[in-house]
Design a binder for this molecule. Sequence first.
Ligand code: NDP
Ligand code: OXD
Length: 321
Amino acid sequence: MTKGALAILVHGGTENWSPQRWKSRFDDACRNRRILLLPDPECDPAEVHYAAVWKPKAGELASFPSLRVIFNLGAGVDALMADATLPEVPLVRVAVSDLTDRMAEYVVLHVLMHHRQELYLRESQREKRWAPKFQWPAGSISVGIMGLGTLGANTADVLRRLGFRVAGWSRGPRQIDGVECFHGAGHLDAFLRQTDILVCLLPLTPNTRHILNRDLLAKLNRSSPLGAPVLINAGRGGLQDEADILACLDDGTLGAASLDVYETEPLPPNSPFWIHPKVVLTPHNAADTDPDEISKYVARQIERFEAGGALDNVVDRKRGY
Ligand code: NDP
Ligand code: OXD
């Protein structure tokens, strides 16, 4: 029996999202299955049973009448949830250790950068100035993580093992060894009040849009050795009110920010973030999804699904993540 085809729809433009690279990995991982790299004039939409996608255009997925499962090639599904025509089939997202470990690397790198005063030390190096400042221990810094899901929970654990005091905030209650867990709107202020470095690993949903605004940032602890609180956002750009963040950096409400994601991506050349002295900027590459790992993850899931098994990491469309 012919197996239903898998269509790849990747829009993104950066090196990791090279559609040809994904096609060659899927060809290897899904032997005996037709892999179509769209747009493809030869493609009969009815033969497509599976779609592996990154930021497909709104309406694109609605044109496949036999679609059974949509595999998002990343962890965040906000771009898909914004498509009112998204077919009502299971939507699977990425939750694999390869991606989870990469995010922990990014957060640890940036927490350490601020904790170890790297911005000051690099400036000193440029100015040939030998003037080390007092260095406090990790245990005197409280890192607060918004989002205690796949990425946040693991990152919290890694930071805890480095000696930081770690707290987290989620929608429902969570329990993580050695991490003080807060949840819900009612506990948000208590979480913020004791946070020196705020790490955002939330999904973008109608409830979280622009949650990183002046009102929230002004509640962070101002009396840590850092002098002023620090923001690290690797969730989504839509979580941040960018005008508020810039104003908070300029008036000292924030001491510094590490930003990986932006309301508009690629970040426009005229964005003040590019040259802001208190901003450490990365181009949405905190945790890339690796085509080798993810094509195998999708292939395994399809095999299990066709044998009557359950899919893993299916998005709850009501919650939006
Ligand atoms: P999960 O779905 O596993 O976790 C989401 C967490 O956010 C959960 O703890 C959830 O709470 C919490 N949450 C959701 N809504 C709310 C809310 N309204 N109030 C409080 N907490 C809330 O997601 P992942 O950890 O896998 O990924 C998180 C996000 O990271 C992705 O959605 C994506 O946007 C981003 N990302 C960015 C990357 C990058 O390179 N910059 C790479 C990969 C992901 P609860 O536990 O109660 O459900
Ligand atoms: C993701 C991302 O959501 O890379 O996986 O942003």
